[in-house]
Design a protein around this ligand. Structure first.
Ligand code: LLP
Length: 420
């Protein structure tokens, strides 16, 4: 459920007509609903209420905007970060360092130190090599870093190949059959406090079964580690629960996910950690865009050329992802069309041969479900700058990220005098 609804024939974000935002801020612009973010955070937490000890860390990569993170902080969520930049954002938004989990296969030495400096809650170690490096850095600083070892359970998440992370051939985690030996080796180092395991098999999962298979493997490994005398007090089950992108699609609910977790982890006696991203913020945002013109197409269908492009919302170009596309002021008339951006490549296509609301030059429309992996994956390709972001809260709204104009980007560039 979200708060982007038609009222008197006009699409609103909460109580604000989207046309009002377009008039004030221009297009394209990402619009987030505070009430939707809050609702999704609460629903997810409530779905885990039956578990003995649960800690939810919002996956910052899904939407790192400071205002969005502030909503998460106010809801008591921690943060799952994958870079020094994300760590700094989480702290800036007021998320306590103790509630931050640091994931990622390529944390640099400087990033590991940044994590140690703020005493963050848990490092999710992705390799023996990383563990050894962190141990040395921590010991040199007289610290013990709390760690979980991320394992690769070799499970097919049955999602898009580019966002699958738990197959043996993926770069993430350590293979299950080597995990116990690596865990024991790292646990013996004075710089590390090995306290558990982590797993994350992929994103936009539409079924619960792959999770359950992965969690069963994790449970078996926990038992094996304990039998070998190791202490395991934490299990990080990652994120990955998908959301419907097409009206009418049905996805497992957070409640069903919570019930599956309860079943799969019965008897583990661990603090369970979660790293949801998309399920919290995906449907809490839209990308508001204006039709530049409608041009006749060679395949008999018109091209609706909008002012948003693949640099603003990369998911369709990158994964062939579907985003529902709706007029802000639908007339009831429909058309079949191709929806494209202005960028100079065919990949800049949002929809081909799709039935949509009838649109003309100058009309406003939205790409729905753009709150996760939207603005954060933007680039300035074609020297288009970065879109603005707005958050709505009931009847009011605020710009939460200013538009970055092409001139600002150019200002950071230099022409060396030997080219003069
Ligand atoms: N934890 C880890 C270790 C992750 O790698 C990810 C996502 C998450 C948590 C959050 O997953 P979520 O709950 O959001 O599914 N750009 C892609 C998605 C990439 C996901 C990367 N990792 C997209 O637009 O679909």
């Amino acid at each position: 459920m979200d708060h982007f609804t038609l009222r008197d024939g006009e699409l609103h974000a909460e109580d604000v007509p989207l046309a009002e935002i377009a008039a004030a801020v221009g297009t394209p612009v990402y619009v987030y609903s505070r009430a939707t973010l809050e609702r999704h955070a609460r629903v997810f937490k409530a779905a885990l209420a039956g578990l003995p000890r649960a800690h939810v860390a919002f996956a910052v990569k899904a939407n790192p905007n400071l205002a969005v993170l502030k909503v998460m902080a106010r809801e008591g969520l921690g943060a799952d970060v994958v870079s020094g930049g994300e760590l700094a954002r989480a702290l800036a938004a007021g998320i306590p360092a103790s509630d931050v989990v640091f994931s990622g296969v390529g944390k640099t030495g400087a990033e590991l130190v940044q994590g140690l400096e703020c005493n963050l809650g848990q490092f999710n170690i992705e390799s023996e090599e990383e563990g050894l490096e962190l141990a040395a850095l921590a010991a040199a600083r007289g610290q013990r870093a709390a760690c979980a070892l991320r394992v690769n359970p070799d499970v097919d998440a049955r999602t898009h190949a580019k966002i699958s992370t738990g197959k043996a051939e993926n770069k993430f985690g350590v293979p299950l059959d080597r995990a116990a030996a690596i865990y024991a080796r790292l646990a013996a180092l004075p710089g590390l406090e090995m306290r558990g395991l982590a797993v994350h098999i992929g994103s936009q999962l539409s079924e619960l079964e792959p999770f359950e298979i992965a969690f069963a493997k994790l449970g078996a490994l926990i038992a094996e580690l304990r039998a070998g005398g190791q202490s395991v007090t934490h299990a990080d089950l990652g994120g990955g629960l998908g959301v419907p992108y097409k009206a009418g699609d049905v996805f497992p609910t957070p409640e069903a996910y919570g019930a599956m977790v309860a079943r799969a982890t019965r008897g583990w006696d661990c603090t369970l950690m979660f790293e949801p991203g998309r399920v919290i913020c995906g449907n809490a945002g839209v990308l508001l865009t204006r039709v530049i013109r409608v041009k006749r197409g060679g395949n008999g269908l018109p091209f609706v050329v909008v002012d948003a492009a693949m640099n603003d919302l990369a998911r369709p170009a990158m994964y062939g992802a579907w985003h529902d596309f709706d007029a802000v002021a639908p007339t009831g008339m429909r058309m079949r069309a191709n929806v494209v951006g202005p960028i100079c490549e065919t990949g800049d296509t949002f929809a081909m041969d799709r039935e949509i609301d009838a649109l003309e030059a100058g009309d406003l429309a939205v790409f729905r479900s753009a709150g996760a992996y939207g603005a954060t994956m933007a680039s300035s390709y074609n020297s288009r700058g970065f879109v603005a972001e707005v958050m709505v809260d009931g009847p009011r709204f605020a710009v939460v990220a200013e538009r970055i104009l092409p001139a600002t980007i150019t200002a950071a560039e230099r022409v060396p005098d030997w080219l003069d």
